[in-house]
Design a protein around this ligand. Structure first.
Ligand SMILES: Nc1nc2c(c(=O)[nH]1)N[C@H]1C(S)=C(S)[C@@H](COP(=O)(O)OP(=O)(O)OC[C@H]3O[C@@H](n4cnc5c(N)ncnc54)[C@H](O)[C@@H]3O)O[C@H]1N2
Ligand code: MOO
Length: 416
C-alpha cells in the first residue's frame, strides 16, 4: 500500500502549483531587518559621496607626477571630517574621512611626514603618488548600480549599506498571513495549569507560533480547539476573518475515531489536493484548498510530524509567496552509517558538527520517533534520506537543511 503514496517531491510540486507570489509593500529601512527584498535596490547616490582622506596626514596636489621624498610644502590650512568643499593649494593638514580640498589629490600619512616651523611646512619622508590614500567618490558604489538584489533576506550588514546610501525605505515581500489551529481535547495551553489524567501540554502551538515568524510569515490567529467538527469550523472561520491565507492545523488527520479534519474540510467544500505522503515522520499530512483560495495544511499531531510538516511542506509554500526560489540542500557527509527500510523518505533530527580536521559531518540523533521532542531540541539541522535508500555508509553525502528555510544550518563545533 505505502509504495503507492505520493513522494515528498510530488507533494511539494502540488503545493507550489497551488501558491503564487504575494504582494509587496514599502517598508522603512529601520524596520526592514528580517524582511525579504521584493525589488532590487539601485543606488541613487555614490559611496563614498566625495573624495576623502583614508589617513590623518597632509593633502597635496601634483598632477600625474609623484612628489619625491624630501620635498617640502607650505602648510596652508586644515580640513577636518565634516568640513565642506573648498579649493586649496600647497599642503593641507587633513583628518581621516575629511573631504579632500579641490586641487589636492593625495595624502601623506603623519607617520611619513615631518612638520617643520618657521615657515610652517611639511617635509615628505616618502614618495607620494597621485591618488595615494584617497578614497574616491563612487569607488565603493556608483550611482545607478544594483546594490541589493530582490530575494535578499535583509540582515544587519544590508542595513549598513542602505543607511550609508541614504535609502529610507525599501520594497519588501508582504508576510504571508498564517493561522494555527491545534486540535485535541487532551491539550492544555496554560503552563500554570496542572494536568488532569490523560491530558498533555500543547507543545505544537508554541513551536509553530515561534517558527512561523522566523519563516517570514505573520501569525494572525492561533487557538486550540477540541475534537469537534463544529468548533473546528468556527475556528477556521475566525482564522479567515483574521486574514489568514494559510491555515495550519495540528492533529486529527489520521485514522482515529476523532480524526475529524477530513470531514470538516468536506463540509467547507474544500478541495483536498493530497492526504498522506511517503515520509516519516508526518505521513498523514493533508493539503487542501478552501473555496476562497485559503490554503490548508493539516499536519499530523505528533510534535516531530508538525516540525517536519512545517519545514518541508508549509515553508516551501511560504517561499513561493515571498518570491524566493526553491531551496537547495547542502550536501554533508554522514558521520556514521545509517540504515532504514525503503518506501518512506525520512527526515532526521540531526546535528552537523565540525570535527577536529575542520570538516563537517552529519549525525542522525538517537530517538527519531515522532513523539520524541528532546532530540529536536538538540538538533541543529535536518537530514533527508530518500525513499529508496536503505543502508548509507559513513561518508555518504546527504541532503542537509537548516532548522528553518531562512536559517543556514548552524555548524557547531564537536564537543571533545
Ligand atoms: N491506525 C493508525 N494509527 C495511526 C496512524 C496510522 O497510519 N494508522 N498513523 C500514525 C501517525 S504516523 C501519526 S503522525 C499520527 C497522526 O495522528 P493525528 O494527526 O490524527 O494526530 P492526533 O491523533 O490528534 O495526535 C497524535 C499525537 O500527537 C499528540 N498531539 C496532538 N496535538 C498536540 C499538540 N498540540 N502538542 C503536543 N502533542 C500533541 C497527541 O496527543 C497524540 O499523541 O497518527 C498515528 N496513528
Ligand atoms: O508520521 Mo507519524 O509522524 O510517524 O508518527
Amino acid at each position: 500500500m505505502s509504495h503507492d503514496l505520493l513522494d515528498p517531491a510530488g507533494a511539494q510540486r502540488i503545493i507550489l502549483d497551488a501558491c503564487s507570489q504575494g504582494q509587496r509593500e514599502r517598508c522603512h529601512s529601520s524596520a526592514a531587518l528580517g524582511r525579504i527584498l521584493a525589488l532590487s535596490v539601485v543606488s541613487t547616490s555614490a559611496l563614498p559621496p566625495f573624495d576623502n582622506s583614508a589617513m590623518d596626514g597632509y593633502a597635496l596636489g601634483g598632477g600625474t607626477e609623484p612628489l619625491p621624498a624630501g620635498s617640502e610644502w607650505p602648510i596652508e590650512g586644515e580640513q577636518a571630517a565634516g568640513d565642506a568643499a573648498r579649493s586649496a593649494h600647497g599642503a593641507w593638514e587633513i583628518m581621516t574621512g575629511a573631504r579632500v580640498p579641490g586641487g589636492l589629490d593625495r595624502v601623506i600619512p603623519v607617520e611619513q611626514a615631518e612638520r617643520l616651523e618657521a615657515p610652517l611646512r611639511v617635509r615628505l619622508l616618502a614618495d607620494l603618488t597621485a591618488g595615494q590614500n584617497v578614497r574616491f567618490a563612487g569607488s565603493d558604489v556608483a550611482v545607478g548600480e544594483t546594490v541589493l538584489a530582490a530575494g535578499n533576506l535583509l540582515a544587519p550588514h544590508h542595513l549598513m549599506l542602505l543607511a550609508a546610501l541614504g535609502v529610507a525605505s525599501v520594497d519588501v515581500a508582504s508576510r504571508p498571513r498564517v493561522a494555527v489551529l491545534c486540535t485535541g481535547r487532551e491539550l492544555v495551553d496554560d503552563p500554570a495549569m496542572p494536568l488532569a489524567s490523560g491530558q498533555i501540554r500543547n507543545s505544537n502551538g508554541p513551536f509553530l507560533a515561534a517558527r512561523i515568524p522566523r519563516a517570514g510569515a505573520e501569525l494572525v490567529h492561533a487557538e486550540t480547539v477540541s475534537d469537534d467538527v463544529d468548533a473546528f469550523l468556527a475556528a477556521v472561520e475566525r482564522a479567515r476573518v483574521a486574514g489568514a491565507r494559510i491555515v495550519v492545523s495540528t492533529g486529527a488527520v489520521s485514522m482515529g475515531r476523532y480524526d475529524f479534519v477530513p470531514a470538516a474540510l468536506e463540509r467547507l467544500g474544500a478541495e483536498v489536493l493530497f492526504h498522506k505522503i511517503a515520509i516519516r515522520p508526518g505521513k498523514p499530512l493533508l493539503f487542501a484548498r478552501l473555496p476562497d483560495g485559503t490554503l490548508f495544511f493539516g499536519l499530523p499531531g505528533n510534535p516531530i510530524a508538525v516540525a517536519v510538516g512545517l519545514r518541508f511542506f508549509v515553508e516551501p509554500a511560504l517561499r513561493t509567496m515571498l518570491g524566493l526560489p526553491r531551496e537547495r540542500p547542502w550536501q554533508v557527509p554522514l558521520a556514521a552509517s545509517f540504515t532504514k527500510k525503503p518506501r518512506l523518505h525520512f527526515y532526521l533530527k540531526s546535528r552537523v558538527e565540525v570535527n577536529a580536521q575542520g570538516q563537517l559531518a552529519a549525525t542522525a540523533l538517537t530517538g527519531q520517533e515522532s513523539y520524541r521532542i528532546r532530540p529536536l531540541a538538540e538538533a541543529n539541522a535536518w537530514v533527508g534520506i530518500p525513499i529508496d535508500a536503505t543502508t548509507l555508509p559513513a561518508g555518504t553525502l546527504v541532503d542537509t537543511y537548516g532548522l528553518g528555510h531562512l536559517e543556514s544550518p548552524q555548524w557547531d563545533w564537536k564537543a571533545s
